[in-house]
Design a protein around this ligand. Structure first.
Ligand SMILES: Cc1ncc(COP(=O)(O)O)c(C=O)c1O
Length: 389
């Protein structure tokens, strides 16, 4: 088990064994087809960016995602999106603290400053009401995170951004398969960034994608993922040397065919897996809605949740976690607020200006929600929670 897989409060050896055996917090699904496709790539010896990457992008676009560009991580996707949005030194980017540190690091990598806006403790997502307090004449972009796969209120955020000429970049690392207002996340904002990292609900081992409705921005991202070079148009001199005239900063951020083979193998199997997560999520919501001391996150009728995480708010979190651990049910906060990291240079006053984040930080905890859970195990988890802590 990798350190990432052991995230959260582990269950002790003396814990009660749940029905059907050990319950894991995360479950990495690798479809059998991945093995065939990886073997095909290895046999071909074309292990760099090639036909598998192109096929993966083509298949993603048939799902309604806008001009998908496959990259080697969501961190790379965020960095490329910020660069393509023109973010650079002297600019400010608004983002929520309720995320993984990668979101903030991508902003810092452009030379821009991170400005943290408050979240709504009822969802864990950026609170649009707080945006007017955070904007200055230096603001260039807003990065929106869909915590755990629950879409943030995109209508209001996009409306605010449009009124102030800001670019919206969705950090959809948790939200592959989610929808907002019936539209797939990845088809709405100027930039959407996905993560296909090892413990996500859809994995390539490591990987990511940027989706852009504007084909020119997508083409720019595509160039920048490989040193700013348009691979389809590269010409060579008669000695085989590339004739380059690179005009923009590019990096080595492309996906390779081995990762794309894993992604493609998993893509076929993804719809039923997502459905199972959504079924378990709906089941928890039904059965845990009236449990004293526990609050469900608010689910807008416009939001279709991807359920990478099932996060709840619990007043006596320590008691809750302990009770579940004793019964063999792992839990985790997954991420703590990122703005407290000294790298972001926030003053105590700035840290204190986020009451929604403070509440969420003290109460949030996630339950296992993946598709390896049996019905019996879900029923068991619900029963353990309903018996109190
Ligand atoms: C919200 C969020 N953004 C970005 C990332 C970075 O993703 P990657 O590991 O694919 O770079 C993660 C990773 O877990 C994440 O949770």
């Amino acid at each position: 088990m990798s350190p990432e897989h052991s995230t959260g409060v582990a269950c002790s050896e003396h814990a009660i064994t749940p029905p059907g055996g050990e319950i894991r917090f995360f479950h990495t699904a690798i479809a059998p087809r991945c093995q065939e496709l990886v073997a095909q790539v290895l046999r071909s010896t074309w292990v760099g960016e090639g036909p598998m990457v192109r096929e993966f992008e083509r298949q993603l676009s048939t799902w309604g995602l806008a001009h998908p560009v496959a990259v080697n991580s969501c961190t790379a996707a965020l960095h490329l999106s910020l660069l393509a949005a023109g973010v650079g030194p002297g600019d400010e980017v608004i983002l929520p603290p309720q995320t993984f540190i990668a979101t903030g690091m991508a902003v810092l990598a452009t030379g821009a400053r991170t400005v943290f806006a408050d979240i709504d403790p009822n969802t864990g997502n950026l609170n649009p009401d707080d945006l007017p307090r955070r904007i200055t004449e230096k603001t260039r972009a807003i990065v929106v995170v869909h915590w755990g796969g629950l879409p943030a209120p995109l209508d209001r955020i996009l409306e605010f951004a449009q009124a102030h000429r800001l670019t919206v970049i969705e950090d959809a690392a948790h939200a592959f398969g989610a929808k907002w207002d019936g539209r797939p996340v990845g088809s709405i904002s100027p930039f959407t960034c996905f993560s296909f990292q090892a413990i996500k609900h859809f994995t390539a081992g490591d990987g990511g994608a940027v989706c852009c409705p504007d084909p020119e921005l997508a083409a720019q991202v595509r160039r920048r993922r490989w040193f700013g070079i348009d691979r389809d148009r590269v010409q060579r001199n008669r000695f085989g040397g590339r004739l380059l005239a690179v005009r923009e900063l590019g990096l080595k951020y492309h996906m390779n065919d081995l990762a794309a083979a894993v992604a493609l193998g998993n893509l076929e199997a993804f719809p039923p897996r997502l459905k199972r997560r959504q079924q378990i999520g709906a089941w928890y919501r039904r059965e845990l809605a009236d449990v004293p001391g526990l609050r469900l996150l608010e689910l807008s009728p416009q939001a279709e949740h991807a359920y990478w995480l099932f996060t709840v708010r619990v007043e006596d979190r320590a008691g809750f976690v302990e009770k579940l651990a004793q019964h063999g049910v792992p839990t985790s906060m997954v991420d703590t607020r990122i703005d407290t990291n000294p790298v972001f240079g926030q003053s105590p006053q700035q840290l204190d200006s986020l009451p929604g984040q403070k509440t969420f930080e003290s109460e949030q905890i996630s339950l296992p929600v993946h598709d390896a859970l049996t019905d019996e195990q879900v029923e068991y988890i619900i029963r353990v929670i309903r018996s109190g802590w």
